[in-house]
Design a binder for this molecule. Structure first.
Ligand SMILES: NC(=O)c1ccc[n+]([C@@H]2O[C@H](COP(=O)([O-])OP(=O)(O)OC[C@H]3O[C@@H](n4cnc5c(N)ncnc54)[C@H](OP(=O)(O)O)[C@@H]3O)[C@@H](O)[C@H]2O)c1
Length: 378
């Protein structure tokens, strides 16, 4: 297998170094903005240098972002090359188009590393669907926020100082919004929903609330209830209706997810036959993520094309039947919160079960109005 590598950053270097130790595949061309000794002699100036190279049969995209990644991967598929990516933004936005192009051109498109880093998550969803029907899935899909919530829980630290520490350790980006506000998890949940339920959904339809406003007091309040706060993704397919949501959740201490440390992930699905299955491991990082990229390349060599969903049909996310109780700490009381409050505690309230979409609308408005508020489902 001869590979054209698009991007030579954190993951690209990892992929390149793992492949150098193998004799069944070779990275022959590299597209990179920086040319160093590792790349010398292999630089591709433009995507044409790769897609028009008859020796290259497979492209690995690890540049990130939707554009020009989409144009580059599309060009590769149209030129009859297999494509592997770790780029969740690309897959969440362009899954349908890329799968269709792969099918039309009789090549493979795989994206296992896009969700869960090193964890064999999408591949096991694919395997489960050969025999079983996945009914629900979810978990901790973002290492940065898990690192923050674990440190706040274990050390009683504040959000801002923990975020700073995560940035110093390289677990959080300089602009941490995609992690702490939830879009990264929303993308991974959307890809997982598509793979598990055989549908195409829009990530924009998934209500998403992050951990930006969590405080040490929230962590203490949760602890006094015997609970731990984590940012949790969840989705279910029931009677043909798909629900999905990303939100902080107060987990009981017997919940496995409550014990997931540092920047690790835990993802799970429930099959009608196999019951609940959990997978945990490194959800990010150079070699853990590059590992799953190379696993995809090995699968392509073994003729596993990796169309994670075959009968793709468009579907909507519909949370209208999902009711949850919420922990809400709000600096200002208001009519809505008073109308749904079941228990008033010192500094926070617990609501009666309310519609998830209704609570997310409320939280969005409160946040836009600058109210100091944090909420988590129970
Ligand atoms: N890092 C992780 O742990 C992890 C885990 C799972 C999935 N992923 C996904 O893997 C992908 C790569 O992530 P990463 O962490 O490796 O990012 P990264 O370190 O920023 O590497 C991306 C590389 O691609 C280069 N690049 C960007 N646009 C390019 C272009 N048009 N032509 C040539 N080179 C270009 C960048 O150059 P410049 O830096 O000069 O812009 C950079 O060197 C992303 O989609 C990410 O979501 C990452």
């Amino acid at each position: 297998m001869n590979i054209g590598l698009l991007g030579h950053g954190t993951i690209g270097i990892g992929v390149d170094r793992i492949i150098k130790k193998r004799n069944d595949m070779k990275v022959t061309r590299v597209m990179s903005l920086v040319v160093d000794d590792e790349i010398k002699g292999r630089l591709a100036e433009t995507i044409d240098d790769i897609v028009n190279d008859p020796e290259i049969d497979t492209v690995v995209e690890v540049m990130g972002g939707v554009h020009p990644a989409f144009e580059f991967v599309s060009a590769a598929l149209k030129h009859g090359k297999n494509a592997v990516t770790a780029n969740k933004a690309l897959v969440a936005a362009c899954y349908e188009e890329l799968l269709a192009l792969a099918e039309e051109n009789h090549v493979s498109f795989r994206c296992t590393a896009a969700v869960g880093g090193s964890i064999p998550w999408l591949v096991n969803i694919e395997r489960a669907n050969r025999v079983d029907r996945i009914e629900a899935l979810g978990g901790i899909m973002n290492g940065t926020t898990n690192f923050i919530m674990s440190a706040m829980t274990n050390e009683g630290a504040d959000f801002s100082e923990t975020l700073k520490k995560a940035q110093e350790l390289g677990y959080a980006e300089k602009d941490p919004s995609a992690d702490i506000d939830g879009p990264d998890v929303r993308r991974k949940l959307n890809i997982s929903v598509n793979a598990a339920f055989g549908v195409i959904t829009s990530e924009d339809e998934i209500p998403t609330y992050g951990i930006r406003s969590v405080t040490a007091a929230d962590v203490r309040n949760a602890s006094s209830m015997g609970r731990t706060i984590k940012l949790i993704a969840s989705a279910e397919m029931k009677d043909g209706v798909i629900s999905a949501v990303v939100e902080p959740t107060l987990l009981t201490s017997d919940d496995l997810k409550a014990a997931i440390p540092s920047n690790f992930n835990l993802v799970w699905y429930r099959g009608a036959y196999c019951g609940e299955q959990c997978f945990t491991g490194q959800g990010a990082g150079r070699f853990p993520t590059a590992y799953n990229v190379v696993e995809d390349l090995v699968d392509i060599q073994a003729q596993h094309p990796g169309f994670y969903t075959e009968g793709r049909k468009h579907a909507s996310i519909d949370n209208s039947n999902v009711l949850r109780s919420y922990y809400v700490r709000s600096a200002a009381s208001d009519e809505y919160l008073a109308s749904v409050t079941e228990t008033v505690c010192d500094g926070y309230v617990i609501t009666k079960p309310v519609r998830v979409s209704e609570m997310h609308e409320y939280l969005k408005k409160q946040t836009e109005n600058g109210n100091d508020i944090f909420a988590a489902s129970l």
